[in-house]
Ligand binder design. Structure first.
Ligand code: NI
Length: 186
């Protein structure tokens, strides 16, 4: 992965931050497992990140994963947009530790607009990833940040937050989403 660094750090032109369109569930691409970023993907990832951030901020959202914009790579961005947080780009993120302690919080998803439900997940998580410069990093997160990281990493495996709910609840939300999407003016 070392070869990625220079390509990612030295854009030859101003980054293209034009918006990407976000897939809405149900969509087969949201259910596919994304493949790891390899050395040859440096240029693609460098071009993708500013557009992922721009699309997330415009939505607005606090996280967005590449499969949600039809890119099957293990890349996601997160920005809780709180006073003490910074935007984070995650390339090939991996969960290396989870707490036994669980926490329940309401989640939503840009691919399931208008739908929210309480999701229970480990309250703390340790994630290993490559940053935008291809540098290997590890972070510990808890609370909202931990939930957001798990939610985005789920997307890379084709998992949506509704998959953490009972089948009854999940189907109710997916039916409601489908109905609202049908009724939405085109
Ligand atoms: Ni999501």
């Amino acid at each position: 992965m070392m070869g990625m660094s220079s390509a990612l750090l030295a854009p030859r032109e101003a980054p293209d931050s034009s918006l990407l369109s976000i897939l809405i569930a149900p969509h087969a691409q949201l259910r596919a497992r994304a493949r790891p970023v390899r050395e040859g993907d440096g240029e693609t990832v460098r071009a993708l990140l500013p557009r992922l951030f721009a699309t997330m901020y415009q939505a607005p959202g606090i996280g967005l994963a590449a499969p949600q914009v039809s890119v099957g790579l293990r890349v996601a961005v997160v920005d809780l947009q709180l006073d003490d947080t910074a935007p984070i780009a995650l390339v090939n993120p991996e969960i290396v530790a989870l707490s036994d302690e669980l926490a329940t919080r309401e989640e939503g998803c840009l691919s399931l607009p208008g739908q929210y439900a309480d999701v229970t997940r480990p309250n703390r998580v340790r994630v290993r990833y490559l940053d935008a410069a291809g540098v290997r990093r590890e972070i510990e997160a808890e609370g909202l940040f931990a939930a957001c990281l798990q939610h985005e990493i789920d997307h890379l495996d084709g998992v949506l937050f509704v998959d953490h709910l009972s089948a009854l609840k999940r189907n109710m939300i997916l039916r409601r989403l489908a109905k609202e999407q049908r009724q939405k003016p085109k």
